[in-house]
Ligand binder design. Structure first.
Ligand code: COA
Length: 324
């Protein structure tokens, strides 16, 4: 994983808008987040995370067959982020794409990587979640309900075909869902290719349509229902009992959402791990960042069962079960 060095505390945000450390911590659990410095691009964050993943796996870039990059904050709408990452990694002609499923993007990407590997089309897939959100949020009082939540960061994993019958490690299941009728409850309206004759106008910018807008309570309500539901579904598909899961890693959107989910499923705090207090909501990057931190700090050990669950704009949601 990689996060930019610049730390932005709740008190720093309170200098820009009418908010407070107390409000943010009470409602979300966030204390600080990281923002990029000018000139630092999404592909730079992704590159740092991917290089660490390659090193940890003892692999070279030439060993990769596919690069899947999940993001909601692409470096350029056209063509995205993954191509700049591919260039920076010096990955020759390895195919790459951006995958867009917002905060559930990493789980969606695991699902795709699983398909590529099981079909025999790819042997090793680099899956990266990467977000630079700080440049796309309204850092005034008008945008405070959304802008206090988000942060910048990247995380990466490498999936590899495992043909060793004596080695049970791997992705046991990835289940994903979507319900597009809620798409306008958490979205960025402009630019839009559906706005003729021009996808971005001065008027749209004056109306702040290029910033995310969110119906926070509506999102909260759906998240606390869908996350336990899909987690149970994925566990059943993997034939794993909830009591056999060693570690639950939930997308870091709001600590309160995750406490609700844990309570519903009767999961004790020792079986979870959070880093939202330090990084905020890093959307598609949040789950691979959790994997990296828990693998490093010893909370996630080889052989353990880890359950991942996310919910995001679209609406999208999903869960994956891995044996580490
Ligand atoms: N600082 C201070 N006050 C704020 C604020 C901020 N950053 N943002 C909103 N407020 C104000 C509101 O204007 C409102 O004031 P009013 O009562 O005078 O109208 C008040 O705080 C309460 O707002 P409300 O929206 O009811 O708060 P909430 O308890 O629903 O919490 C969220 C807001 C955003 C923290 C919460 O709804 C949430 O986390 N939703 C899910 C968001 C999410 O997960 N998004 C990403 C999904 S991937």
């Amino acid at each position: 994983m990689y996060v930019p060095e610049r730390v932005v505390t709740n008190d720093d945000l309170a200098k820009l808008m009418d908010t407070s450390d107390e409000w943010i911590q009470q409602r979300t659990g966030i204390r600080e987040r990281r923002f990029v410095e000018p000139g630092q691009m999404p592909a730079d964050l992704a590159q740092a995370a991917c290089e660490q993943a390659l090193e940890a796996a003892g692999l070279e870039v030439d060993d990769l067959d596919f690069i899947l990059l999940a993001t909601l904050s692409s470096q350029h709408d056209f063509p995205g982020t993954s191509f700049f990452l591919q260039e920076q990694l010096k990955a020759g002609n390895v195919p790459c794409i951006d995958l867009r499923a917002q905060c559930s993007g990493f789980i969606y990407a695991l699902n795709f990587a699983d398909g590529l590997i099981l079909s025999g089309k790819s042997r090793r897939v680099l899956v990266v979640g990467c977000e630079v959100q700080s440049t796309g949020i309204d850092l005034t009082t008008e945008g405070r309900d959304v802008s206090v939540l988000f942060g910048d960061g990247a995380g990466a994993v490498i999936l590899e075909a495992n043909e060793d019958e004596d080695d049970p490690a791997g992705l046991l299941n990835a289940t994903v869902h979507a319900e597009g009728k809620h798409a306008r409850r958490l979205w960025i309206e402009a630019p839009s290719s559906g706005h003729a004759p021009c996808r971005l106008t001065h008027e749209m910018i004056d109306k702040k349509l290029h910033f995310p807008s969110m119906d926070g309570r509506y999102v909260f309500k759906h998240a606390v229902t869908r996350m336990p539901e899909v987690l149970r579904e994925s566990l059943a598909a993997a034939s794993i009992k909830i009591d056999d899961v060693d570690l639950f890693l939930f997308h870091q959107a709001n600590l309160r959402i995750n406490e609700f989910v844990a309570q519903k499923l009767e999961i004790t705090p020792e079986r979870t791990f959070s880093n939202i207090e330090r990084y905020g909501n890093c959307s598609a990057a949040s789950i691979p960042m959790l994997l990296a931190e828990t693998a490093r700090n010893g909370k996630l050990k080889p052989g353990q069962i880890v359950a991942l669950t996310a919910f995001g704009s679209g609406f999208t949601w999903g869960s994956a079960i891995l044996r580490w």
